[in-house]
Design a protein around this ligand. Structure first.
Ligand code: 13P
Length: 256
């Protein structure tokens, strides 16, 4: 983390878990375990139908609500999709795009991820843009080339002013839901590389100001070490964000 230049963000990705009625008790437990003061923004990304409940319950503890996906289209005949306008209208502040699960199960490519990020920015929602390599790519030694490409493609056409709202999440696919975390060194190396890519496109100042998160089996035990790395500005947390005590511990770890 480097609080002098950028925000620390602890974001939970609930994926397709929990229900709207479980939010209030979750937030109450989170509140009981949360540190008195905190130096990070906290976000919980839920399925779209649960966002209003999260906004309502999260207000008191300053937990913002985020979505997990958005349509690239503004409106129209796209059954089942949710637009950035609709997310913004209910008060959504953040939204994940390009999660590896969407890339894998819904065949989302880098151009689509870019279009979704731009759709969100148009409506004032901060995109949390996910990138990350597969195990095969890591073993083949092409991690940085691949992630650099994903970052460049996702940011295509996004200007420096819009970049200020963007958050990048580095999530190595092999670390997601596997209990196999990247080492702090591995995570730092790629996050530093991502910042270098952004520096090349936008220059030193904008690159210094972008928050880059790590995601992939981050938990109450390993969060402090990961967050101590200079280019890791927070976490995108799956499993551990479903447990209020663990999530509160991760929030506390960002106070270091
Ligand atoms: P886990 O923390 O469960 O590995 O999930 C990470 C993730 O995919 C967050 O988006």
């Amino acid at each position: 983390m480097n609080r002098k230049y950028r925000k620390t963000v602890i974001a939970g990705n609930w994926k397709m878990n929990m229900t709207a009625s479980e939010i209030k008790p979750f937030i109450e437990q989170l509140k009981e375990n949360m540190p008195k003061t905190r130096a990070c923004d906290v976000v919980l990304c839920t399925p779209a139908v649960m966002i209003p409940a999260m906004i309502k319950a999260g207000k008191e503890v300053k937990v913002a609500a985020g979505g997990q996906d958005v349509s690239k289209y503004e409106k129209g005949a796209y059954t089942g999709e949710v637009s950035a306008t609709q997310l913004a209208d209910i008060g959504t502040k953040y939204c994940i795009v390009g999660h590896s699960e969407r890339r894998q199960y819904h065949h989302e490519d880098d151009m689509l991820v870019n279009a979704k990020a731009r759709a969100l920015l148009e409506k004032g929602i901060a995109p949390i843009i996910c990138v990350g390599e597969s195990l095969e790519q890591r073993e083949a030694g092409v991690t940085m080339e691949y992630v650099a490409y994903q970052v460049k493609a996702a940011l295509n056409g996004i200007d420096a002013t819009q970049l200020r709202r963007c958050i990048i999440a580095y999530e190595p696919i092999w670390a997601i839901g596997t209990g196999k975390t990247a080492t702090a060194e591995q995570a730092q190396e790629v996050c530093e590389g991502i910042r270098a890519v952004i520096r090349k496109i936008y220059g030193a100042r904008p690159a210094r100001a972008v928050s880059i998160l790590y995601g992939g089996s981050m938990n109450a035990k390993n969060a402090a070490e990961l967050l101590a790395q200079p280019d890791i500005d927070g976490g995108l947390i799956g499993g551990a964000s479903l447990k209020p005590v663990d999530f509160a511990t991760i929030i506390a770890a960002s106070n270091q």
